[in-house]
Design a protein around this ligand. Structure first.
Ligand SMILES: [Zn+2]
Length: 350
């Protein structure tokens, strides 16, 4: 998976194995899948469980080769690859090359998945100019996420040295230009002034030009960062109630909270809803309640008693306890109630 794009059938099989593992299914016998797999793989920012999809992981692993080719340009393997395919180590070169073949064609083809996830190359990588010696002024994407040759095509057509570096044009020639014919005479004075303003915003510094990954704080590419970003973009339509994934709370408690927030725990009504043969949906711990998620966690007298004892055990002041109970009572009955209340539970007792 780190080099080849896995076929959809393979991805589906792997996801099926994970689904069975999560819900405790065994060969030939499935247990109830309480939450759809799409919600399990959705990022926590969308209210999902944040497990992540294998498809996004596959893309993240392959794109790591893009990063390595850019950042390990002096390595032997990198020189072999760029030599075989007549490439530079710049992503828009090998991604746009139509004649590329073999394994690298497969790696470069991942750009379709990137676009499919509503991402572009410029969302992932940026060329940070320091000395400007290895950055091409017109052809590299170094200024405001747009190549100058695309931004000023008429001026680019007049440029004599189309592959000149940023350092050459700004430093070596002292901001002087070499044109086939003067742009001012060609009626391009407005574009020319804009170009000069753009370039003036660039400060040449000491140090080598380097690639940065825009998905991580330190600028280094990680598979996890791209996987998360793809999953985030792919799950924008899923907006579930979020819980606070506090690290000091046991993950088991958080997962239960997440499930309960969606009403997906095995209450009598939920089991009956899924076709299980239930004798009675009435709560066995108190009289008169229907055993739904709200009742189990909030409305049940037994749950209320346990809650009070937990508050007492945790040393939560009586006023806070009463305030929370008032809050519980104000909640409308429905799946939103346990969602909101459980966050208070978890924080009050951690
Ligand atoms: Zn009850």
């Amino acid at each position: 998976m780190s080099i080849f794009k896995a076929p959809i059938s393979v991805i589906d099989t792997l996801e099926k194995i994970r689904r069975k593992f999560l819900w405790g299914g065994v060969e030939g016998k499935n247990k109830i899948h309480w939450v759809s797999w799409d919600k399990v793989t959705a990022p926590k920012e969308c209210g999902g469980l944040g497990v992540g999809s294998i498809r996004a992981l596959n893309v993240g692993l392959i794109v790591k080769w893009w990063w390595r080719l850019q950042t390990e340009s002096t390595a032997l393997w990198s020189q072999v690859i760029t030599g075989i395919h007549s490439l530079s180590n710049k992503p828009y070169d090998y991604l746009s090359k139509k004649t590329i073949t073999g394994v690298w064609k497969n790696i470069a083809g991942t750009i379709k998945d990137i676009h499919g996830a509503k991402l572009t190359l410029n969302d992932i990588f940026k060329l940070e100019v320091k000395s400007g010696e290895s950055t091409m002024l017109w052809q590299d994407n170094w200024l405001n996420n747009e190549k100058l040759k695309s931004k000023y095509p008429s001026l680019y057509a007049l440029e004599l040295c189309k592959t000149c570096s940023v350092a050459y044009r700004i430093l070596n020639t002292g901001n002087s230009w070499e044109w086939k014919s003067c742009p001012l005479n060609a009626g391009l004075s407005i574009e020319f002034n804009r170009l000069n303003r753009d370039i003036a915003s660039c400060q040449i510094q000491t140090g080598q030009d380097k690639w940065m990954c825009l998905l991580t704080p330190d600028g280094r590419y990680t598979v996890e960062a791209l996987r998360r970003r793809i999953d985030l973009n792919s799950h924008q339509s899923i907006i579930l109630p979020q819980i606070s994934w506090c690290k000091i709370i046991p993950i088991k408690v958080l997962c239960f909270t997440w499930r309960a927030g969606q009403g997906r725990i095995p209450s009598a009504t939920a089991l009956q809803h899924r076709g299980m043969n239930i004798d009675s949906t009435h709560c066995s711990s108190c009289i008169g309640g229907v055993e739904c998620v709200d009742h189990i966690l909030i409305g049940c007298l037994y749950a209320s008693y346990i809650r009070e004892k937990i508050f007492e055990w945790c040393g939560i002041k009586k006023q806070i306890s009463e305030m929370l109970v008032t809050y519980f009572n104000l909640q409308p009955h429905g799946v939103d109630a346990p969602r909101n209340v459980l966050n208070y539970y978890v924080y009050a007792t951690d």
